[in-house]
Design a protein around this ligand. Structure first.
Ligand code: DQA
Length: 145
């Protein structure tokens, strides 16, 4: 079994399903976890699936992924637009990084058009709701092979 794909989600995504469902959909983060696990398993991978509202937790998990993961899928949520700390942590990774968003931030407010995470990401999947995560896991598995 290869090392797991780390699937990390940032602030407010714990409330997925009730949070602005017209933008982010009705599926909960647990539903998303299930989708990621199933997609990874079908490709011969496992996922480590975590969410935090705290920037430092995400930095710690990205650092952990340097040794423990074969790839990282990251939905940085709002920290993508603000966090140089996340960017710096990602820059220390030598494994694939897939940035993932449920919505399409490029089609929303101007302040969402830029993410620092994109500067370090191998690629970005956005705009497909919960399926963005599945597609991101698939891309990560393909890159990790
Ligand atoms: C998001 C988009 C971000 O702009 C926003 O701050 C989020 C969620 C998404 O998944 O579409 O919290 O990352």
């Amino acid at each position: 079994m290869p090392k797991p794909i780390y699937v990390l989600s940032g602030p407010n995504l714990n409330l997925l399903g009730t949070r602005e469902p017209e933008i982010y959909g009705h599926q909960t983060l647990d539903d998303v976890r299930g989708l990621c696990e199933a997609r990874a398993q079908s490709l011969g991978f496992e996922v480590v699936f975590r969410q935090s509202n705290h920037e430092g937790d995400l930095v710690d998990w990205i650092q952990e992924a340097r040794e423990a993961a074969c790839a990282v899928v990251l939905n940085p949520a709002a920290y993508g637009h603000t966090s140089i700390a996340l960017l710096d942590a990602l820059k220390m990774l030598s494994i694939p990084i897939v940035e993932c968003h449920l919505s399409n931030p490029a089609a929303r407010e101007a302040f969402r058009r830029k993410t620092y995470v994109s500067l370090a990401a191998t690629g970005v999947v956005s705009g497909f709701g919960a399926a963005s995560y599945e597609l991101a896991v698939e891309a990560a598995a393909g890159l990790a092979r």
